[in-house]
Design a protein around this ligand. Sequence first.
Ligand code: BES
Ligand code: ZN
Length: 598
Amino acid sequence: MARIDPHSHFDDLQPRVSRWQLRLRVDFPGRCLAGEVDLGFTRPASGVLDLDSKGLTLHRAWITATGAELPFELGPEAPILGQRLRLVLPPDTLGISLAYRTAPDAAGLQWLAPEQTEGGIRPFLFSQCQPIHARSLLPCQDSAAARVTYDAELVVPEGCRAVMAAGAVGDLDGAPGPEPGTRVFRFHMPQPIPSYLLALAVGDLDRRELSPRSRVWAEPATVDRAAWEFAQVEQLIEAAERLFGPYDWERFDLLVLPPAFPYGGMENPRLTFLTPTLLAGDRSLVDVVAHELAHSWTGNLVTNATAEHFWLNEGFTVWAERRILRALHGEAACCVAWAIGQNALDESLERFRDEPQLTLLRTRLDGVDPDDAFSSIPYEKGARLVAAMEQAVGEEAFHGFLRDYMARFRFTSITTEQFCAFAEERLPGLLRRVDADAWLHAPGMPAGAPVFRSGPLDQLTALSRGWDQGVRPDPDWARAWSPAELLVYLQNLPRALPLADCAWLDQALDLTGRGNHELLVEWLGIAAASAYAPAFERIRAVLARVGRMKYLRPLYAALGHHPDTRRLARECFAQAGPGYHALSRRVVQAELERYPAH
Ligand code: BES
Ligand code: ZN
């Protein structure tokens, strides 16, 4: 057996698919992608080929060059992996073709009705393939250990536009499609990517140029706000290049999705996907853009081989994001970001108290859905391991190491063990000095993990922790805090407060009216757990509109404390649930199931 990925039928001894050619029609009424894909091999192939597929209907398979029919066998549906698609290739096969369509409930696609968009007129479609949902878009070797380049052709209804995480071929505005009332958009992805970085979106999209190598796409009603919010993207790219070397993906475009997008950001190469909740109106949430940008080096260039090594992607990227932040905004702002991260880490450690195996960095996920293993652990524990290594050898030596690491493994996918071997070769003894074994293979946080503190930060947390003793911030002083500082203050307050205290806070810090969703949702969590009725309308509005799991989970959890708010939560879910992404729906359902019966 040469299976190296517990979440894929990918077998390292079998032929490697290295090229896709996709020809797909985007069928909004049928909620499916339908068409063909050609799969090309690295070298002439023969014998058994196992592919991943989930919910796909396969019509036909043939040898691309000759058209000769190829028998195929679809295995039973497994809950996490989906169905194995087995084909037997005759000798010297260069490529095969498959005609298929996706399921209306494909895990990697979200189909939005016009009402779920800002414009309200056209429907919208977007994909989210990480970690293992590419298999619901096409039959493929759906493992980060395998890479492909691709060409794609998407036929969409007139009035919609298609974008992909790839280079556009020909006119950005597409060309007349094969049938009246359609347009066709063509793409080419020259850099080899793991399947989870396949990405597409279709809808009424407009664009604004931000720099010679960056533009932002969004619905017409949002695009100007988006262009303002992200106007400084070129500065981010330049800061990142100074730290990590040249940007290798040519363009760094941004796509602002409708609010149902379940994540904050997704590092789809050349076209980062973003939630519209980043449009705070004050550029205070661009750290998410810095994070997705940093993935262009840590993640997209050097990739975790499987979900069991996810910390290699996210831990390095959080560390890199904070290096970019420090370069642009200084040490103090960076320290606040680490404190916010610490809060997320503590919450995840608490959530996995009964599943300590999910708090290791190097995880074992046989039989575990990677979406269920998702937490802040690989992010924040991972980033702290990277920081510990950096502190142990000094910034300069670590930077040299990192450059070598990226040069050595660029455009490949690696395991924790490969990373460790490389670290041992280049910086002998370092892993032992930081006790990397404890970080990687033991639950919780190792003793001696780096802590990020500063005078102003300590002052802030002391202020919130004094709440029960009657300590209150001077509202004029608090108004001068940065949004991130205010967030730290709110995060360290008691989780539920007397109603009079809620009213004081709301009024003094102007909370319910905030447009910055990090702050807003942190506050609404306190308000919900306190059953503070003046915030209920705002809670309803957020839950009705926003699909980002990071916000839905804590809000629904906080609503579980009182019968009134439980009723509110159930009402909101009954109304908004059908519009949530399937993943968000699952996360919320789990929270609701934790509510007491009455
Ligand atoms: N790659 C992740 C998002 C992701 C991870 C999607 C796993 C599916 C499975 C992305 O880079 C990310 O980490 N986004 C964060 C923002 C970041 C600033 C921590 C998010 O969405 O909140
Ligand atoms: Zn990330």
